[in-house]
Design a protein. Structure first.
Length: 134
């Protein structure tokens, strides 16, 4: 079953279309018909449509603050510590004798889930700060 398509639009452009081939075909036919309407009709539609103002000054990249710079410097160590703890806990879960204590298994699984969330958050923050650093 198809949930999305990548469609060649011409002139080297690709467009992702969410839906199956039949839905794309209907949409494509409607778009093609709209493009073939005389030039006067699109001008009327453009007048009826609400105008979207162009941003006068695109937001410039802000330089990192001192606190953000220190945070960026500390993130690799934090990520490394989380990955090390994750590895240690995973090794515990690989030991069959560990499963004799169900409470410990629950605690380790909960901590692993928390580590996953923390790692994801730290990696996203690192990416955000790195992109703004330049």
């Amino acid at each position: 079953m198809t949930t999305s398509l990548v469609v060649f639009e011409g002139d080297g452009f690709l467009r992702e279309f969410v839906g199956d081939y039949d839905a794309w075909r209907k949409t494509h036919l409607a778009e093609t018909a709209a493009k073939s309407v005389p030039a006067a009709a699109p001008e009327k539609r453009a007048a009826d449509a609400p105008a979207v103002p162009e941003p006068k000054n695109p937001p410039s990249k802000k330089k990192l603050s001192y606190k953000e710079t220190r945070e960026l410097e500390a993130l690799p160590q934090k990520i490394d510590a989380l990955e090390t703890e994750q590895k240690t806990l995973s090794e515990k879960l690989n030991d069959p004798d560990f499963y004799r204590d169900p409470a410990a298994v629950r605690d380790v699984n909960a901590r692993l889930a928390a580590i996953d969330a923390e790692l994801l958050s730290a990696l996203e923050r690192w990416e955000e700060l790195e992109s703004r650093r330049a």
